[in-house]
Design a protein around this ligand. Structure first.
Ligand code: ATP
Ligand code: MG
Length: 328
């Protein structure tokens, strides 16, 4: 198989201060192939955003630091690039869309100027050409009246339209990799479905690879080719989407699935995984999920399980699991 477009190995991103070192991302591996949609899923605080901000090298300053690992993009380690080289990649070869478009769009610039700005930074174009391309980009993502919308400002648009503008901006330079961090969480369900369909269409038409971050397994089921389940800064399960949904192995993944609302079942009370994610300040020394796990044995509390390949391409971080399912 061809080398993945993105190969993250043993990435560690910590919040470092004089008093503490907090492991937000603690040794994760992640591969994204050309044209693939990889979903990262996990509860709040498990390190999904810090993973994507690490790839973009846009961590909160001054405390957010990548303290280990490699991020190979097209065979080049992004961690070796200078800030200038990195800013030539951002918005051009790798771009990102955020959960809340209002915080990412500039309120005092027109929509057309914002998209044109990205194009002018990375392409040799006149301002007029850039504005024309902005109209094309907006049309491509299904924005109606694109030649009028370019003159409008973010606050004049609905949430769904603003998110489409963000996608148009992110796609303007035809990036190889698009990272979308909860791109539809702030939208209502119908608009959410439209935006997800749009992202799929863009992948099909442009071959752009995508990392889609979501805490919503319904979104993941709809979109993913491959799924990475994160828990407390680590990968606990990683496999293709079909296998994950038909044969989830890690007790955490199973818990997430059991807590998914389902349309064909009228459950009175939705299952929820007992307990809460342990704080990164003092992770337990054994398995980080052990305190919430119905399968945990004494040794789970003592030793951290490795991420093991239990079947071809199916990785699980749990010592109680074998390829056939629950072992021991
Ligand atoms: N600016 C910060 N300073 C210190 N710690 C932080 C900061 N931002 C995040 N963290 C910690 O890093 C860890 C990972 O956070 P991250 O934002 O990646 O979670 P997430 O999976 O994206 O969650 P959510 O689903 O809520 O967006 C958390 O334990 C969080 O408390
Ligand atoms: Mg997040």
């Amino acid at each position: 198989m061809a080398q993945p477009l993105l190969e993250v190995r043993d990435l560690k991103t910590y919040f470092v201060s004089k008093e503490s070192r907090v492991p937000a991302v603690d040794g994760i591996d992640l591969d994204v192939r050309q044209g693939q949609i990889v979903c990262i899923v996990g509860e709040s605080g498990c390190g999904k955003s810090m993973t994507s901000l690490s790839i973009m090298r846009l961590l909160p300053r001054p405390r957010g630091k990548i303290v280990g690992g490699t991020i190979l993009f097209n065979g080049v380690d992004l961690l070796d690039l200078t800030e200038k080289q990195m800013s030539q990649l951002r918005g051009n070869e790798i771009s990102m869309i955020f959960q809340e478009p209002m915080t990412a769009l500039n309120p005092v610039l027109s929509i057309g100027d914002q998209i044109a700005e990205v194009l002018l930074r990375h392409r040799r174009l006149s301002r007029r050409e850039a504005t024309e391309r902005a109209v094309q980009a907006l049309t491509f993502v299904g924005v109606p009246r694109a030649n009028e919308i370019v003159h409008e400002y973010p606050h004049q648009l609905s949430g769904g339209l603003r998110q489409r503008v963000m996608i148009a901006m992110a796609m303007a330079c035809e990036p190889k990799l698009l990272i979308a961090d909860e791109p539809t969480t702030a939208l209502d369900v119908t608009i959410q479905a439209q935006v997800l369909q749009l992202m799929k269409r863009l992948r099909d038409e442009t071959g752009t690879s995508m990392i889609l971050i979501s805490h919503d397994l319904g979104v993941v089921a709809e979109m993913a080719d491959h799924v990475v389940v994160m828990y407390a800064g680590q990968v606990v399960e990683s496999t293709d989407a079909e296998t994950l949904f038909s044969q989830p192995l890690h007790p955490y993944t199973r818990g997430l699935m059991a807590s998914m609302p389902s349309l064909d079942e009228q459950r009175e009370v939705l299952y929820s995984i007992p307990g809460t994610v342990p704080g990164a300040v003092n992770f337990p020394k054994g398995c980080r999920f052990a305190d919430r796990c119905h399968m945990a044995q004494a040794r789970c509390h003592r030793t951290m399980p490795d991420l093991r390949e239990v079947a071809a391409g199916h990785f699980v971080r749990c010592d109680m699991i074998t390829a056939e399912g629950v072992g021991m």
